[in-house]
Design a protein around this ligand. Structure first.
Ligand SMILES: [Zn+2]
Length: 410
């Protein structure tokens, strides 16, 4: 039997207690189910309704307390959400504080154009497709020199809409690269040897929806032909043991895999682009939150990847650096054994395509704020991920691009 240790999600007590006089606010609860029945109920709540309807409308707050053991992690989630959205438009774009806040989709599109205009020789915008609601999918290409046969890395952020810190990281990475190239030796060495393709918002429709309607939305916003439920989990929609484990064929599920691999325009655009560039792309990074983990293939099977030990060593090295510099602990390992079995993920798919250094980062935190990480945490969360990314990339450059050693003595 699968054990679910902790579920964290939001309950809208306003909806639940509509019939009572109580005024309640959204809360984030951590619930540990005690029985299989509770596991099943919570599984339904957490996968089908971000605002769970766990209780009948005539129930009282007393009821979950007596039935479930739970902990109120955040007593007033609304306040926290408002704080995350504050000062968005008043912040001058391009200033340091711009990168220490979360931004709307429109602001990110503006930032993309502005960054390209300000750095015409090093930044290129590539339109790789559009979302199901026809929002453009822009990849920002960073290329600091014209060396022939240069290798490249790929970074995607925001595949899951509510993981705002992920998108904040992509912006952070671009700023760091442009600001510290030729000053910081690590980023200079990386950009001298590699181009970088960055997709800051892989799921623009979902991201927009988290700003306008439901902060806890995860999937894209595709309309289903067979159901009134909306959205596909893009990180279950890739062709890696598609929809076999840790995914659902129910359109109402939070981990709905879609109707076939790459059925969604967002995952298809990424897959097409990477197929076209697979000979140059050596490194694949997909950035998520939360839980502080550095993961690598496989997630879709318990089998080990061919270069498992090499990937383990890279992730271990990166986690050690984070611990040393930021005194924060990141778990690391193959996805299936470290977090859970899940098929159709982008990192497994990229690995099978031939990108042998494929990673999924789960950024801060480890559960207190979860997806609602306050903006004041952005700098450290991003710097931790940056440290991991740079550590791994420098090692990969050393392994794959170093001139071969001296010929053996004869
Ligand atoms: Zn995610």
């Amino acid at each position: 039997m699968k054990t679910f240790l902790v579920f964290s999600f939001m309950f809208n007590f306003n909806t639940l207690l509509r019939t009572t006089e109580c005024i309640e606010t959204d809360q984030v609860l951590s619930i540990t189910p005690k029985t299989q029945e509770q596991v099943d109920i919570l599984k339904n709540v957490s996968t089908q309704r971000p605002y769970g309807n766990l209780l009948p409308s005539n129930s009282s707050k007393r009821r979950p307390r007596s039935t479930y053991s739970f902990l109120v992690l955040l007593p007033n989630a609304n306040e926290l959400i408002e704080m995350q959205m504050r000062n968005d438009s008043s912040d001058p774009r391009g200033s340091t504080t711009f990168y220490e806040r979360y931004h709307t989709l429109d602001d990110i599109y503006f930032w993309l154009n502005r960054t390209q205009q300000d750095n015409p020789s090093t930044v290129k915008l590539i339109l790789i497709g559009s979302s199901s609601e026809k929002q453009p999918l822009y990849v920002l290409k960073l290329s600091l020199n014209d060396r022939p046969n240069k290798k490249a890395m790929w970074i995607d952020c925001g595949i899951h809409a509510r993981e705002w810190i992920s998108t904040a990281f992509c912006l952070w990475f671009v700023r760091h690269s442009l600001l510290f190239y030729s000053q910081n030796p690590d980023i200079t060495h990386i950009l001298d040897n590699m181009d970088v393709y960055i997709l800051p918002v892989m799921n623009p429709d979902g991201y927009k929806y988290t700003w306008t309607t439901n902060r806890m939305w995860r999937k894209n916003r595709a309309v289903s032909k067979s159901s009134s439920c909306i959205g596909v989990d893009l990180n279950r929609n890739f062709d890696a043991e598609w929809c076999t484990v840790g995914a659902s064929d129910d359109p109402c599920s939070e981990i709905y895999c879609g109707t076939f691999p790459e059925s969604e325009p967002e995952s298809q655009a990424v897959a097409k682009f990477l197929r076209r560039h697979k000979d140059s792309v050596q490194l694949y990074f997909s950035v998520h939150s939360y839980s502080q983990m550095l993961l690598f293939p496989y997630s879709c099977t318990l089998d080990e990847a061919d270069n498992h030990n090499e990937l383990l060593e890279l992730a271990q090295h990166a986690a050690q650096k984070i611990r040393r510099f930021y005194r924060n602990t990141y778990k690391y390992g193959a996805g299936a054994k470290t977090i859970y079995l899940a098929s159709g993920g982008s990192d497994d798919w990229a690995y099978n395509l031939g990108i042998k250094y494929s990673f999924t980062f789960e950024l801060q935190d480890s559960g207190r704020y979860g997806f609602l990480l306050p903006p004041s945490y952005i700098p450290q969360a991003c710097n931790e991920a940056l440290t991991a990314l740079k550590t791994i990339t420098l090692k990969v450059i050393e392994k794959t691009q170093a001139p071969t050693g001296p010929p053996p003595a004869d």
